[in-house]
Design a protein around this ligand. Structure first.
Ligand code: EPZ
Length: 423
């Protein structure tokens, strides 16, 4: 397993490019199950999770090859309707094959995803949504077994706004007979991107990008090419790195991003004292003289994203004062806190609220990655800490950040990947 060795205190400045969005890609890839033929998904990031999804789809008969920054997917042959445990346990997003398989083939056997580092990850909304569309679903032996003749349009209201359940039900409904209405649908840009691909494939969807979707089922769809949206969480992570470790008179410019997808984070960074310039496809940040303490509460889009919560706590660890971080999406998503405390941060967690009292400095230490965004927060803290920080088990990070150590090195960070067994 690899680790990162970081020598903190280097200041960051320069230009870096954002990669394509992981959480859009993981929905776009299984959508190719809905119509046979060849698709090119441009701006697809090279990530472990993308490889995991590719392997899963290949076990189902699809042919997938990387061509430069694109994935070329041929879904002419679908020979299996199963997503086995060994794939799903690696990545919860594997469940995204459920909707398209039931929608097009009327059959799917998908392993229940396990939990993750920070707790249970229910899939009741996925199952209830598909049942409303007429699928017969039994959950037995750790598998979701779905069978259906042709799905029928229905009115669905999600009790909780769910990115995955919205994606799955949307992909099932586009080939259903009749119209499906989804209320309290997720509005995340990644789900809007999925809706845009489905529209290009001939689906009839009104309200893409809103929380009210009206889907008129069609008999068949056709393949389409697509340019994946930029990764707003990677962009936010790079901006927080700059706010934490940026050269006081320098600036960091993140290109190939979409500032409109990140307004909650850029606004909060301005409250911290950073100066930001937002272009059409770039964001420039001049770091704050002093990091002001700024409270955040995570929420569904377009509020502050839960996937930026760990990175924000790293930033607040060096603020001049105390801040409150309230996590409303996953109440126990604080596995990064004990590791940040090992670097000298002063953070206490009570239920879903973290209180961060800014300290003068962080001191390098060996810390352990537990999940994707926790790993990111440890790297950010390591960049600002005095001395050397070792972040172990960076395979968590490789799931969702494309060559992050190269991007940070280009900005002036001293960060090195070290391969080895025993870490
Ligand atoms: C997606 O996960 C993202 N993953 C997550 O990003 C992200 O944190 C999350 O959305 C929230 O924005 C992908 O897109 C691959 P949800 P998802 O269904 O779809 C509850 C990362 O770091 N819920 O929107 O699994 C759930 O417990 C990852 O890139 C149910 O109760 O999240 C949570 O409290 C981590 N029942 C809330 O909804 C269900 O059936 C939001 O979850 C489904 C969800």
């Amino acid at each position: 397993m690899d680790k990162f060795v970081i020598r903190g205190g280097k200041t960051l400045s320069g230009t870096v490019q954002a990669s394509g969005a992981k959480n859009a890609t993981l929905a776009l890839m299984p959508a190719t199950l809905l119509a046979p033929g060849s698709y090119t998904l441009h701006h697809t990031p090279e990530l472990r999770d993308v490889t995991t999804m590719s392997r899963l789809l290949e076990t189902m008969g699809l042919k997938i090859e990387r061509v430069d920054d694109a994935l070329r997917i041929d879904s002419s042959v679908v020979s299996s309707y199963e997503a086995p445990y060994e794939h799903v346990k690696k990545m919860r997003a594997s469940i995204y094959v459920l909707g398209p398989l039931v929608g097009r083939f009327g059959q799917a056997d998908v392993s229940l995803p396990g939990g993750c580092a920070w707790g249970p990850r229910p899939v009741n909304l996925h199952i209830e949504g598909l049942r409303k569309l007429g699928a017969q679903i039994d959950v037995e032996g750790g598998y979701i077994r779905a069978r259906a003749k042709r799905l029928k349009g229905a009115r669905i209201v999600f009790d909780v706004s769910s990115v995955g359940a919205t994606g799955n039900v949307m992909m099932a409904a586009v080939l259903a007979q009749g119209t499906t209405i989804i209320d309290n649908a997720a509005m995340e840009p990644e789900i809007a991107a999925l809706g845009d691909l489905l529209l290009k494939m001939g689906a009839r969807i009104h309200g893409v990008g809103t929380n009210h979707l009206e889907i008129e089922g069609v008999d068949t769809l056709h393949p389409a090419d697509f340019v994946t949206i930029p990764d707003r969480i990677e962009t936010g992570t790079l901006l927080v790195a700059a706010a934490l470790a940026g050269k006081r008179d320098g600036k960091v410019r993140v290109e190939h991003c979409n500032p409109a997808h990140l307004s909650a984070v850029t606004t909060k960074l301005e409250d911290v004292g950073a100066r930001l310039t937002l272009g059409k496809d770039f964001i420039e940040i001049v770091p704050p003289e002093v990091i002001q303490p700024v409270n955040i509460t995570t929420s569904i889009y377009s509020g502050f994203p839960t996937d930026m919560q760990a990175q924000w706590i790293a930033l607040m660890s060096l603020a001049r004062g105390a801040s409150i971080v309230t996590e409303t999406i996953y109440g126990d998503r604080f596995m990064h806190v004990p590791e940040l405390v090992r670097l000298g941060a002063n953070i206490t967690v009570k239920e879903n609220i973290a209180t961060v009292v800014g300290v003068e400095k962080l001191t390098g230490a060996k810390v352990m990655s537990t999940d994707l965004r926790a790993s990111a927060s440890l790297i950010l803290a390591g960049l600002a800490a005095e001395g050397e920080t070792e972040v172990l088990r960076v395979y968590h990070l490789d799931r969702g950040y494309e060559r992050i150590e190269q991007k940070l090195s280009r900005l002036g960070a001293q960060i090195e990947r070290v391969s080895g067994e025993e870490f």
